[in-house]
Design a protein around this ligand. Structure first.
Ligand SMILES: Nc1nc2c(ncn2[C@@H]2O[C@@H]3COP(=O)(O)O[C@H]4[C@@H](O)[C@H](n5cnc6c(=O)[nH]c(N)nc65)O[C@@H]4COP(=O)(O)O[C@H]3[C@H]2O)c(=O)[nH]1
Length: 699
């Protein structure tokens, strides 16, 4: 097919030269039309058929760039090439900048490449025009549809948004381009609000289209959420290589969203009890496991099966059975914290997920609570049903790290419980079972111990290392267990803390210590002060200050004769709160000691912040001095620091003469330990107060 070339030039020899070359081109002839002036050219261009314009800048009726500009406007979309001498190269370049397709050097028309260059230019322009039209058509189409369309490159960065996508995401095209798709198009799960994995990344990785779950919510830029339905497909280039992805999505509207939400809810809940079903339980369990792994905490799974439920179903019918199950569900919900999950797997099987326990055995408390709660009669119609349950407990990480394993192992443990005669709980792990039984034994004993007057206080003297005089005593709790004999605090204090009994026990210790100290003062042992250990739970109890005031008043003890020993871990979690209480204690007049110094936070800044009188160096540092270099260095440093900060420094756990001598050489104020005396019952301590520490121990 021939192409029509319009030559715009006043120079006949140029037109002639082109006329000689182009019509004879091997790859197809060019037809030539020649005009001499701009006016004629403009006139010709109003008609059709011109495929390319070759123009001179200098015409009788126009000169320079103006010639190009006028023609360019009139010729569009016909391509223009300029005819220039070497001296007119600047003009040629500028014309290219303004839209010319190129230039031809005068005098080189015989070049065989000229026809080819003209044909390429014509062709390129045609392709460009077709592409432009195609793009326009696509853009107009995409902007007229109601679906949102987003495209990305192969890295998942936005390359395009249509109007609907702009409106639905709240991102303008110009802003969004280049951003990761997850930023512009963030999706969350309608039920649990968890972020979806980036669907674009998935499509690009798997190289296949993906229809998204119906319960997806798009989080708009302003934070509002819209229920959407969407699909993502990969884009390939001609060689089959992935070049990006296209997301097509639509707002499903409130009515449909509600329906989807309802369906999703139904898919995750048990219709009878409205509790989460197995699917949601697994989801929550997996989430809890991931969290526990990250935080290094534990969790427990309780598998509960009602005992002899089938009998009730058979004898009273399914409707009654259903009501009983609903009643059980309600009781279970009342036994757990908001952060835990009660689910029904079906039939009379329930699974309870207990999180945020200090140690996994504590799940035994929940199991006990559940057993006690279910034991109360369930009133259904005119009947009162008595029902019991068997519970199996598995714990993470001891009994498994996968949701399925934990449920399976809890189920197995539930069978142990059934075998053990029902109405009890069993841990999957035998050692844990033993520990839970032991804890329960101690706890039951502790509940009785106060009333049964099984506690007593032992007293261990504190000795002035310079004078050898007893300056005071530390009260240490002892439990005279009817079966086990004398028990030390290490065997029961943490259990008393776990079940809250430490609060009344601490109150008893405080009262008893004050009472005894008052007796000693009245007997003439002056000056003497008694130190009492205060645990975290007792310190943070809201009645602590009032109880202390009451006890001081009741026993008429001078507050200066009472010293409270607090560990660093008691004070640190909320140092501002602690400081307020310490200031109040100070104003009451009691003395304050930091116990076990060096084993906790050992933060010097709080030492300055808190109104402390005494620093007790932990016995683990005193052990092995002066031989053990590390301990020697620590004890020397802490003593030096305590003295300079004007605290009374007391070394704990002094067992040998060497330790005593070394501490004396450091000018440590006081010592306490078996070297001087072990903790003694009150009457024996009274005797020691009378005799004082044996002379031979002091020199
Ligand atoms: N190896 C060795 N040990 C020595 C020596 N001298 C004294 N001890 C022991 O060291 C512990 C010192 O008490 P603590 O550091 O306050 O540590 C106490 C204290 O934190 C806690 N505790 C004791 N009584 C009470 C109480 O009434 N309430 C609370 N909340 N905790 C208490 O239990 C911990 C242990 O008390 P105990 O078993 O009575 O153990 C006592 C004491 O018997 C020695 O020379 N060598």
């Amino acid at each position: 097919m021939s192409n029509l070339v319009l030559i715009v030039s006043d120079r006949a020899e140029e037109a002639e030269a082109l006329r000689n070359v182009l019509p004879q081109a091997i790859d197809g002839p060019f037809d030539i039309e020649w005009v001499r002036t701009l006016a004629r050219a403009m006139q010709r261009l109003t008609g059709d058929g011109i495929d390319i314009v070759l123009m001179d800048f200098f015409l009788p009726d126009s000169k320079g760039m103006r010639t190009f500009d006028q023609l360019f406007e009139a010729a569009a979309p016909v391509p223009i090439m300029t005819l220039v001498t070497e001296g007119e190269m600047d003009l040629a370049q500028e014309a290219v900048q303004r839209g010319a397709q190129g230039y031809i050097l005068k005098g080189h028309f015989r070049n065989a490449l000229l026809p080819q260059a003209l044909r390429n230019t014509i062709h390129r322009k045609q392709v460009e025009d077709a592409l432009f039209i195609e793009k326009e058509r696509a853009a107009v189409t995409l902007d007229s549809i109601v679906d949102g369309v987003i495209s990305t490159d192969s890295e998942g960065r936005i390359t395009y948004l249509n109007n609907t996508a702009e409106r639905m995401t709240g991102w303008a095209k110009a802003e969004a381009i280049g951003h990761p798709v997850a930023e512009v198009f963030p999706l969350v799960d309608n039920i649990n609000r968890k972020s979806f994995n980036d669907p674009v990344v998935q499509v690009i990785q798997e190289m296949r289209p993906l229809a998204l779950r119906a319960d997806a919510l798009l989080v708009r830029r302003n934070g509002q959420e819209a229920a959407i339905e969407d699909s993502v497909a990969p884009i390939y280039d001609r060689r089959g290589k992935i070049r990006g992805a296209v997301i097509v999505f639509r707002d499903i509207g409130p009515a449909q969203a509600l329906m989807v939400q309802k369906m999703t809810y139904q898919a995750h809940h048990d219709s009878l009890t409205d509790l989460p079903n197995r699917i949601l339980l697994i989801d929550r369990l997996e989430h809890a496991i991931a969290l526990a792994k990250r935080n290094g905490t534990t969790l427990a799974v309780l598998f509960l099966d009602l005992d002899n439920f089938k009998n009730i179903n058979d004898s009273h019918g399914h409707a009654t059975g259903d009501q009983l199950l609903a009643s059980v569900a309600q009781r279970l919900l009342n036994c757990i914290r908001a952060s835990d999950t009660v689910s029904r797997l079906g039939g009379d099987e329930f699974v309870i997920l207990v999180t945020e326990e200090r140690h996994a055995e504590a799940a035994a408390h929940t199991a006990e609570k559940i057993i006690a709660s279910l034991a109360q009669p369930h009133r259904i119609q005119q009947y009162a049903f008595h029902i019991t349950a068997s519970i199996g407990i598995s714990t993470f990480p001891a009994d498994g790290e996968e949701a399925d394993t934990l449920i399976r192992n809890a189920d197995t443990a539930m069978y142990y419980a059934k075998k053990k005669g029902r109405n009890n709980y069993q841990f999957f792990n035998a050692a844990m079972n033993r520990r839970a039984v032991e804890r329960q034994f101690i706890e039951v004993g502790l509940r009785r111990a106060l009333e049964a007057q099984e506690f007593s206080l032992y007293y261990q003297p504190k000795v002035n290392l310079k004078t050898g005089k007893i300056t005071g005593v530390e009260a240490l709790l002892r439990w005279h267990h009817p079966e086990r004999g004398l028990m030390l605090p290490g065997d029961f204090v943490s259990i008393a803390e776990d079940c809250g009994l430490i609060v009344p026990i601490s109150r008893w210790v405080l009262r008893e210590a004050c009472r005894q100290t008052k007796l000693w003062l009245e007997a003439g042992f002056k000056p003497i002060s008694t130190a009492v250990n205060i645990s975290a739970l007792a310190f943070h109890n809201q009645n602590f200050l009032q109880d202390l005031r009451d006890i001081l008043q009741e026993t008429a003890l001078d507050p200066a004769c009472l010293e409270l020993e607090l560990t660093e871990s008691v004070l640190m979690p909320d140092s501002q709160f602690s400081n307020e209480i310490l200031q109040t204690l100070k104003s009451i007049g009691v003395k304050l000691a930091i116990d076990d110094f060096g084993t906790g936070y050992s933060s010097l800044s709080y030492l300055q912040e808190f109104p402390i009188d005494v620093l007790k160096i932990d016995q683990s540092f005193v052990r092995g001095i002066p031989e053990l270099a590390r301990n020697r260095i620590i004890v020397t440093a802490v003593t030096g620091m305590g003295i300079s900060l004007k605290y009374r420094v007391i070394a704990e756990g002094v067992e040998t003469r060497k330790q005593f001598s070394f501490l004396t050489s450091l000018e440590c104020d006081e010592g306490q330990g078996n070297y001087f005396s072990p903790p003694l019952a009150a009457d024996r301590c009274t005797r020691l107060l009378k005799t004082g520490i044996a002379e031979n121990l002091l020199h």
